[in-house]
Write a protein that binds this ligand. Sequence first.
Ligand code: PLP
Length: 338
Amino acid sequence: MIDFRSDTFTRPGPGMLQAMLQAETGDDVFGEDPSVNQLEAMMAAYFGKAAALYCPSGTMSNQIAIKVHTVPGDEVICSHLAHVYIYEGGGIAFNAGAQVHPIIGSRGMITAAEVLAAINPDDVHKARTSLVCLENTANRGGGCCYDWEEMVKIKAVCQEHGLALHLDGARLFNALVATGQSPVAYGQLFDSISVCLNKGMGCPMGSVLLGSHEFIKAARRIRKKFGGGLRQAGFMAATGIYAMEHNLARLEADHQHAKQIAHALLEQSFTGHMLPVETNILIFEITGDWTPAAFAQHLKKADILVMPISATQVRMVTHLDITPEMVNKTCEVIAGMA
Ligand SMILES: *Cc1c(COP(=O)(O)O)cnc(C)c1O
């Protein structure tokens, strides 16, 4: 199967499995797992942050961060398409007791002016605004990358109004590779960052949350309360160390593959509006005689899996387990459709 449904479908290859077999482990709840400690130190250094926390999933990293940055009754500003808002099971309400002020924005991204307009006044009728969450790359925006200057402006608004700034960087590595932006600059701009190792980096699981010593100390307590304190997590952390060393630079290939498929699709009249392809995600409309479901069904006959995400749109995601040959075959099948 050529699986474009998500970049979460990757399987660990021989090198990653070998890294797991050779991992030194201990009890991470006691802080004694050398591989977890190594991954956390490596990630903190990479982003120039004081500390890091290994978590089972990106959802847990985000939810821990939101819980630490807020108290119940607070309001969180984010895009109406933000993963933290629409794909985390209502976790902001459930885990933090906070509510969301969703902003329409554009392609899952929001501007400093929109953030400023969404901040509540100091008034007993209003929820206390305490946190802004950005997402980069923006998943529902078709993997688009934030403009650096806009994020700097958002940071200034946050500083002026005493708001914390969190980055859902599930695919931040894709943004770094696509834009050449510096990870340390991200570490300076955001109070906390969550990154996924289970997406483009090809790990079976795992996410890392980054922040100050004080923030990570509080986050560690919340991770325990959420049931995310793992014991010999080093077998998994070793996959993260391996991925940082072997799977980061190659994300560029995924971006090229996505552009190649976009090109083949845009040759076809049934392809409607396509979001700009900046990284590894394609989101496009299917029009005319084809529907997203029929398009997916047709490709499935050629062992190609894609994901209809609405009545009009299909999503395809390129990743580590998609080879150039698979991309060529997919483009041929698309070219053969009428
Ligand atoms: C995948 C994803 C997450 C978290 O995912 P998990 O599956 O919980 O690791 C968070 N934010 C975005 C934008 C994502 O795409």
